[in-house]
Design a protein around this ligand. Structure first.
Ligand code: ACO
Length: 328
C-alpha cells in the first residue's frame, strides 16, 4: 500500500529496432517519392522490427531501461500495463508476456487497446491505482510492431508507420507529478482507421487474406481533420481545471502522426511550433509508442527540466484521445 497522493513518472526507457527504412527505399516499393512523404507528413525514415522480434520483446527491452532509470527492480512492480494494437497474439495479453520476460512478481498485467492514445490511457489508469493507495509502483509500456499489420502495397498507409517501444515507471513523488488528465472516445468515427479482419466479426479465412483485410485501412484526410480538433480540445480540457494558459506549458509531447497535424494543433492552442516536441522525422507514426518514445527522448535531450509543466497529447483509432499535464 502507498499513502502518497502525488504520482509521477520516476523512470523512462525506450527500445528502437535497428533496421532503418528510408523514404528512398519506399520509392522502390510503391509509387511514391521522398519529397511527397516528407512534405505531406514530416517523415524521413522509420524503424522496422526484425521478423523474430515481437511486440513483447521490444516492450521488455524498454521496460528494463525504464526500471534501470528508476533505480528499481522488476520485483518492485505492483502493476504492468501494455498499450498496444499489435499484441504478440490475442491472448495471453502482451503485458503477461512482459511480466514473465522481465521477471516481475505475479502482479496484475493487462493490455490497453486504444491505438495511439494508449500511452496516455495507460498512465492515467496506473495513476488511479497509485493515487488510491492500492499500488506503489506501476510500469506502463507502449509498444508496437505496426510493420506486422501494414499493407506494404498501399502507398497511402505504408509510408506512415514504424515500430518501437517506450516505457514509464510510475510511483509516488514529493512534488509535482501528474496534475490532470482528460480522456475521450468517439466510436461513431471508428471506421476511419481500423484493422477489419482477424477478430470475431471477420475471422481469418483464405478470402480475408486475399482481400487484404488483415492490414490497416485508413481514411487519411478525414482523420486529419478529427485529429487537429480532438488534440486541441483534449489539451484545453486537461489544462483548464488547473487554470493553465498555453504559455504555462513548457513543452507539448504529442502523438507523432503528421507534422502538419501538429503545426495545426499548435496554432489552435496559440503555441509557437518550437513548443511542440517532434521526432516524427526519424520514426514515423509508432501508434501508442510514439508519445512514449517522444517523452523519453525529450527528457534525454534536456528539453524537460525539473518544475516544467508538460502536456502529453494524443489521438488514435477508436477514435480515442487523451491529454495529461505533468509537472516534472
Ligand atoms: N505517395 C504519393 N502520393 C500519395 C501517397 C504517397 N505515399 N499517398 C497518397 N497519395 C496521393 C493520393 O492518392 C492522392 O492522389 P489524388 O489527388 O490523385 O487522388 C493525393 O496523394 C492526396 O491524397 P490525400 O489522402 O488527400 O493526402 P493528404 O494531404 O490528406 O495526406 C495523409 C495523406 C498523410 C495520410 C494525411 O491525410 C494524414 O496524415 N492523415 C492523418 C493520418 C493519421 O493520423 N493516421 C493515424 C491516426 S491513428 C493511428 O495512428 C493508429
Amino acid at each position: 500500500m502507498c499513502e502518497s497522493k502525488k504520482v509521477g513518472i520516476i523512470g523512462l526507457g525506450k527500445y528502437i529496432p535497428e533496421r532503418v527504412l528510408t523514404n528512398k527505399e519506399l520509392e522502390k516499393m510503391v509509387d511514391t517519392t521522398d519529397e511527397w512523404i516528407f512534405t505531406r507528413t514530416g517523415i524521413k525514415e522509420r524503424r522496422i522490427a526484425r521478423a523474430d522480434e515481437a511486440t513483447s520483446d521490444m516492450a521488455a527491452e524498454a521496460a528494463r531501461a525504464a526500471l534501470k532509470d528508476a533505480g528499481l527492480k522488476a520485483e518492485d512492480l505492483d502493476l504492468i500495463i501494455v498499450a498496444t494494437i499489435t499484441p504478440d497474439m490475442f491472448f495471453p495479453a502482451t503485458a503477461c508476456l512482459v511480466q514473465q520476460k522481465i521477471g516481475a512478481r505475479m502482479v496484475p498485467a493487462f493490455d490497453v487497446s486504444v491505438a495511439c492514445s494508449g500511452f496516455i490511457y495507460g498512465i492515467t489508469i496506473a495513476n488511479q491505482f497509485i493515487r488510491s493507495g492500492a499500488y506503489k509502483h506501476a510500469l506502463v509500456i507502449a509498444a508496437e510492431k505496426l510493420s506486422s499489420i501494414t499493407d506494404w502495397s498501399d502507398r497511402a498507409t505504408c509510408v506512415l508507420f514504424g515500430d518501437g517501444a517506450g516505457a514509464a515507471v510510475l510511483g509516488p513523488v514529493d512534488q509535482g507529478g501528474i496534475l490532470s488528465f482528460h480522456l475521450g472516445a468517439n466510436g461513431k468515427a471508428g471506421d476511419l482507421i481500423k484493422l477489419p479482419a482477424g477478430g470475431s466479426r471477420i475471422p481469418a479465412t483464405k478470402k480475408s487474406i486475399e482481400d487484404r483485410l488483415h492490414f490497416i485501412k485508413m481514411e487519411g484526410s478525414e482523420l486529419f481533420k478529427h485529429a487537429v480538433k480532438v488534440m486541441a480540445d483534449a489539451a484545453l480540457e486537461a489544462t483548464k481545471p488547473l487554470g493553465l494558459k498555453a504559455e504555462d506549458i513548457s513543452l507539448v509531447i504529442p502523438h507523432q502522426a503528421n507534422i502538419r497535424i501538429l503545426n495545426a494543433v499548435a496554432k489552435r492552442m496559440g503555441l509557437t511550433p518550437d513548443k511542440i516536441y517532434l521526432n516524427i522525422e526519424k520514426y514515423g507514426n509508432m501508434s501508442a509508442a510514439s508519445s512514449a518514445v517522444a517523452l523519453v527522448e525529450a527528457v534525454q535531450e534536456g528539453r524537460i527540466k525539473k518544475g516544467d509543466k508538460i502536456l502529453l497529447d494524443a489521438f488514435g483509432g477508436g477514435l480515442t484521445w487523451g491529454a495529461i499535464v505533468i509537472e516534472w
